[in-house]
Design a protein around this ligand. Structure first.
Ligand SMILES: Cc1cc2nc3c(=O)[nH]c(=O)nc-3n(C[C@H](O)[C@H](O)[C@H](O)COP(=O)(O)OP(=O)(O)OC[C@H]3O[C@@H](n4cnc5c(N)ncnc54)[C@H](O)[C@@H]3O)c2cc1C
Length: 411
């Protein structure tokens, strides 16, 4: 039995912690957030690999993972369906996945309120320095797995040149209760994975469980992600500044979004989106926004320290792979540790498999998002390339990696 430390107790960290715990190791998770982590994220599209990873972690939850849709629908700005096709898929949410993974992991091995500040490797082990309420503690392990997210401290320490690159656009996100919606929206959009594409922008949406993970019709919710260009500089700064003038360069907390920005995005929704999506924007109590970034690492491992999840790669959400990719990283790490033991050889074997996978996910998602850009002042019909990338996004969001599917499309 090896001693393994996991930094970050979100979805990526919990995936790997559950798998390694199941393999008989002493696994300790160090998470900086104190108290409840629920209500953090919104909807998450699920891929087959996500379900396979849950099974690998000993969790058979397919039947209760989320809400199933029969297919995709693309609405025009008047609300008419332009394209519809069958593509069954289950849509889940951050909180449902967190609940599943957290309840399967021993509570006394999940430590909250600990911020990792420094990692050192010596005497064939890793030493981790943490602060908690102003006090310092040190933890020791055979290997360390850093799943500490896009602003990873560990990546910053070992690979400081790798920095998040702003994509030039943001995503407005939110979740609207099904019971608030009109009959039109419930019958023409709610049950589908929906799209609407105003010039140079894109909104996607899908049904998810409502509060308390309720999937009963009438009690569900609709999750949306609206990608909108925002030039780096003044425009982005205004979006990340609250009504009292406080700027949050690394991301504005949902409850701090300026009410004037909310009023503007709802007004734009009425002008640019189909009435169904505009209604959803109108009736979502607290839409929030996130800038979109790429992170592309060129190394994942330094001795006995490995990066995984968003700490290693962030692909734009157009392939819906963030959590699924983190779960595949976890599988690759658990496999390598089974084969080689908890040591630097295992971590090197992991990197060999996951480095190319991460790089290709980032590249693919960059291509899919590349048509979202500041308009040049003229409204033009969509070109072939835009059509193509919207269609491919619709497929990738369900079956990223099944490249043969893309050939089916022709204008
Ligand atoms: C608009 C948008 C839509 C998305 N949609 C999808 C989707 O449909 N499907 C999908 O799969 N993914 C989606 N994603 C991506 C997904 O949310 C992320 O990829 C995923 O949450 C990454 O998980 P993680 O565990 O690697 O990192 P995180 O969830 O960021 O967790 C990192 C954890 O580390 C902790 N931490 C950080 N620093 C320290 C420290 N120094 N010490 C201790 N703890 C620390 C943090 O508190 C946090 O809990 C989307 C992302 C965006 C922006």
């Amino acid at each position: 039995m090896a001693r393994i430390l996991v930094i970050g107790g979100s979805l990526g960290g919990l995936f790997v912690a559950n798998m390694l715990h199941r393999d008989g190791h002493d696994v300790q998770v160090l998470e900086k957030v104190k108290g409840s982590m629920n209500g953090r994220g919104a909807g998450i599209v699920s891929h087959d690999v996500l379900v396979q990873s849950l099974e690998r972690a000993g969790l058979d939850v397919q039947a209760t993972l989320g809400v199933e849709v029969p297919g995709r629908v693309l609405l025009d700005q008047s609300g008419k369906s332009l394209i519809a096709f069958d593509m069954p898929q289950v849509l889940t949410s951050w909180s449902r996945l967190y609940q599943i993974l957290r309840s399967a992991f021993p509570a006394d091995c999940y430590h909250q309120g600990l911020t990792v500040t420094r990692v050192e490797e010596r005497d064939n082990s890793v030493h981790v320095l943490c602060t908690t309420d102003g006090n310092e503690t040190t933890w020791q392990a055979d290997v360390l797995i850093a799943s500490d997210g896009i602003r990873s401290n560990v990546r910053q320490q070992f690979f400081p040149k790798v920095q998040p690159q702003y994509a030039g656009y943001i995503a407005w996100r939110g979740v609207c209760d099904e019971s608030l919606l009109s009959n039109l929206t419930r019958t023409t959009l709610f049950d589908y994975f929906g799209f609407c594409v105003p010039p140079d922008e894109q909104i996607i949406g899908y049904p998810v469980a409502g509060s308390d993970n309720d999937t009963t019709p009438g009690h569900r919710a609709y999750n949306f992600v609206w990608y909108r260009p925002a030039a780096q500089g003044e425009e982005l700064q205004a979006l990340l500044t609250d009504a009292d003038g406080v700027h949050y360069p690394l991301g504005i907390p949902p409850h701090k979004v300026d009410w004037r920005q909310l009023a503007k995005v709802r007004e734009d929704a009425r002008r640019l989106l189909s009435p169904q999506f505009a209604e959803i924007l109108e009736k979502t109590p607290q839409p929030f926004l996130q800038p979109i970034f790429d992170v592309a690492s060129d190394a994942l491992v330094a001795g006995r320290v490995a990066l995984m999840g968003d700490a290693s790669f962030v692909a734009r959400p157009h392939i819906g792979m963030g959590v699924a990719k983190a779960s595949q990283d976890a599988v690759a790490l658990a496999d390598a540790i089974r084969t080689h033991g908890a040591n630097s050889t295992a971590l090197a074997a992991y990197a060999k498999v996951r480095l190319p996978a991460g790089q290709s996910a980032v590249q693919r998602a960059r291509w899919l998002g590349s048509y979202i850009k500041s308009p040049d002042g003229q409204t033009k019909p969509m070109n072939v390339r835009q059509h193509q990338s919207i269609y491919e996004t619709a497929i990738d969001l369900g079956r990223y990696g099944h490249q043969s599917e893309f050939k089916e499309y022709s204008l």
